[in-house]
Design a protein around this ligand. Structure first.
Ligand code: ADP
Ligand code: MG
Length: 686
């Protein structure tokens, strides 16, 4: 149960004054459903204005506060254009106050001719006239504006205005209770941070650099505590020690020797599996580093020890592909492997469920369908989760509930994130890294091409396809408006189909699964030559004959994502090429990022550098798992403070494992505040 003290913060946003049904939509869109969310909706930036006596003191583009006297109102002809109020400063210089659309009504009221007004806004030039478009404030006295020299700018959604959000933030702040301090006194003092409530007030005003850090640190601390609690809980649990005798693995007939990194990871996993405490291990390895074989070896250990193993994939396509790969590789070992997805119905499904229950199926591969309530295992010993970043911690916890005794968990991810971020995201897990690529990989040639040269790109593609190669064509996908993106992708598909005919197939996120799989299968079998896709091909797909990858509007993707996409080619022994098409309005950072893609194929390096280039402002995790991501701490802060938070959390739990002391109680509040309540639940259980 959430402590009472926090109730005002978890009340709905609609309980704030002035929030009715009309504001609900934009607020929801920003994720501001509860007072707490509003409280943590911190300004994106601040405008800093300076007060000037006359226009001569102000430069173009500057944010100013100035006294002006309206001398003329000028409506545009036929009312289509802007409404302008010409106004004079103390020296007689003229400036236009320009209004578009309906706001001209306000202008008429608030800017009567001959009466001095104080105006805040950005000074621009229009032709040879100075102007301020939509002044931020118009006041009758200077007093009203001197308090507005520094003002927050919040992220908005349509239907919200800055003053409205600022007003809601003020109300939320008024409801924020005092909280006991949960940060280690030593850390708190050295950093010179304000207390929780003050930090919020100051962060909304942009007044104390430490305020925002403190709030971010709170989130990192909550996260670290919760993950450590998972870890501690896990240590107390009974799993089954799984010790293989090698009889299945000996029969594995791999067409290649394992890399050193693969061998090392396998033996780390073997070591964990032999323990009674369930394994919690993350296998981190760049695209193409060979995680699947490692997973297979681990699952064979489980089978040798008389248990079952399950492999969870994020999509049907991947589940199917894993199933095929594993079945092929494991054939000589004689283990029984089944595929179970949400699409399996009726008799086929029944028979798989039976096989899992009576133990005749050793390994099951599937989507989350394999963890539905109806699915029971005779003895589930190991769960492998592929592309872990698609699943959040609470989902990981749910999986661990399956099986009479807690199964061992191996999570795999190809997202090459820097070490400190790994700590923040997977702090409860041990990590094995595949930091060595299988030998014989050809480097992928990466070329950045302007979108204008699309016709040449298509010609080049035609040559490749004629020569028997296969290719991917990726259209950008932005979360905000999936439908538009799909329309764009479909238009591209139609155009390419006009040229290449039946050789082209397409997959995207809204396609019916059967159609998606059918298209993927045609491509994987080599029947189709060109796969047009949105980012659904991002993870896992393995078609060695594909040697060309075209990515449209590459600047719209994150580096890690581009890297993953690019990893779809260069899987065979032939030379592969990746063409990054860029729009013409590319920022300096955008250019640097694409240049970096050309320069290196080291996913970990790309991840580190991407972080440097983006700097702060970007959040970790939210985008990927859609749950318990970071809302306050940005990447830079995470990078800088995750270790500190981890140490702080560890010390606290060492001294007060049940979180019952004074600081422990405060820490419980913190866990609830950041909705890591499952951390608290684990405390109770233990
Ligand atoms: P990922 O880590 O991206 O899941 P995969 O497991 O799909 O990578 O492996 C990528 C490709 O590399 C596959 O075709 C696989 O058969 C091959 N592979 C894996 N390990 C080795 C190895 N040690 N030597 C050569 N090829 C390997
Ligand atoms: Mg994989």
């Amino acid at each position: 149960m959430r402590p009472d003290r926090l109730n005002p913060l978890f009340a709905e946003t609609e309980s704030l004054e002035g929030v009715g049904p009309k504001l609900r939509k934009p607020l929801d869109k920003l994720g501001l459903t509860r007072v707490r969310d509003v409280l943590y909706h911190l300004p994106e930036r601040f405008v800093t204005r300076h007060a000037v006596e006359d226009l001569d003191q102000a430069g173009e583009g500057e944010q100013i506060v100035i006294a002006l006297t309206p001398v003329e109102h000028r409506a545009s002809r036929n009312n289509r254009g802007p409404y302008r109020v010409l106004a004079q400063d103390a020296k007689g210089n003229v400036c236009a106050l320009t209004y578009f659309g309906r706001s001209s009504y306000t202008a008429k009221k608030t800017l009567p001719i001959g009466e001095k007004r104080w105006i805040a806004g950005r000074l621009d030039r229009y032709g040879d006239m100075l102007q301020i478009v939509h002044p931020d404030h118009v006041a009758e006295t200077s007093a009203g504006l001197t308090g507005k020299l520094v003002e927050p700018v919040y992220r908005l959604a349509e239907g919200l205005t800055q003053p409205k959000v600022a007003g809601l933030a003020a109300q939320a702040l008024a409801r924020a209770p005092e909280m006991p301090e949960w940060i280690d006194p030593g850390v708190f003092d050295t950093q010179g941070w304000p207390g929780w409530r003050d930090a919020l007030v100051l962060a909304h005003r942009g007044e104390h650099a430490g305020a925002r850090d403190r709030l971010a640190y709170d989130e990192l601390l909550a996260n670290a505590l919760a993950l450590l609690l998972v870890r501690a809980d896990n240590r107390r649990r009974r799993g089954q020690p799984l010790q293989g005798d090698g009889r299945r693995r000996r029969k594995l007939d791999l067409p290649f020797p394992l890399t050193g990194a693969q061998k090392r990871s396998i033996s780390e996993i073997e070591g964990d599996l032999a323990q009674e405490a369930p394994m919690l291990r993350l296998l981190q390895g760049d695209v193409g580093s060979g995680k699947t074989v490692v997973a297979l070896e681990a699952m064979l250990v489980a089978v040798e020890a008389g248990a079952q193993a399950a492999l969870l994939a994020p999509t049907e396509i991947l589940a199917r592909q894993h199933f095929e790969t594993l079945r092929r590789m494991a054939k000589p070992t004689g283990v029984e492997i089944a595929l179970l997805t949400g699409r399996d119905k009726g008799r086929a499904r029944e028979s798989i469920l039976m096989g899992l229950l009576d133990g005749s199926i050793d390994i099951v591969v599937g989507t989350h369908a394999i963890f539905q309530d109806a699915v029971s295992y005779r003895n589930l010993g190991l769960v492998v989760i592929d592309e872990q970043h698609r699943f959040g911690v609470s989902q990981r916890l749910q999986l661990a509930q399956k099986g009479r005794r807690a199964p061992h968990t191996l999570a795999m991810t190809a997202t090459p994130i820097p070490r400190t971020l790994t700590l923040a995201q997977y702090g409860e897990m041990d990590v094995s890294r595949l930091d060595e690529m299988p030998p014989g990989r050809q480097a992928i040639d990466t070329v950045v091409v302007s979108q204008e040269r699309l016709p040449e790109v298509v010609d080049r593609l035609a040559k490749q396809l004629d020569a028997g190669a296969q290719a991917y064509w990726v259209c950008p996908m932005v979360r905000d408006n999936e439908t538009d993106d799909i329309a764009a992708a479909e238009a591209r598909y139609t155009a390419l189909k006009a040229r290449f005919g039946d050789d082209v197939v397409m997959v995207h996120g809204q396609l019916r699964p059967e159609l998606k799989d059918a298209a993927m299968e045609r491509f994987a079998d080599g029947e189709a030559k060109l796969l047009v896709a949105t980012t659904v091909i991002e993870v896992g797909v393995d078609v060695p004959n594909a040697t060309l990858m075209v990515i449209e509007q590459a600047e719209r993707f994150g580096l890690a994502q581009l890297h993953q996409l690019r990893g779809r080619v260069g899987r065979g022994d032939k030379k592969s090429v990746c063409l990054l098409l860029r729009g013409d309005a590319l920022s300096e950072t955008g250019k640097q990022r694409l240049a970096l893609m050309r320069e290196t194929q080291d996913g970990f390096r790309l991840a580190e550098e991407d972080l440097q280039l983006r700097g702060g402002g970007e959040l970790l995790g939210t985008r990927q798992s859609g749950e318990e991501g970071f809302r306050v701490a940005d990447l830079e802060q995470t990078q800088r403070m995750a270790q500190m938070a981890q140490d702080d959390a560890r010390l606290l739990l060492e001294r007060d494992g049940g979180l019952t002391g004074e600081r422990g109680e405060a820490a419980r509040l913190l866990l609830y505040l950041f909705e890591r309540d499952w951390g608290v639940q684990l405390l109770r259980g233990g």
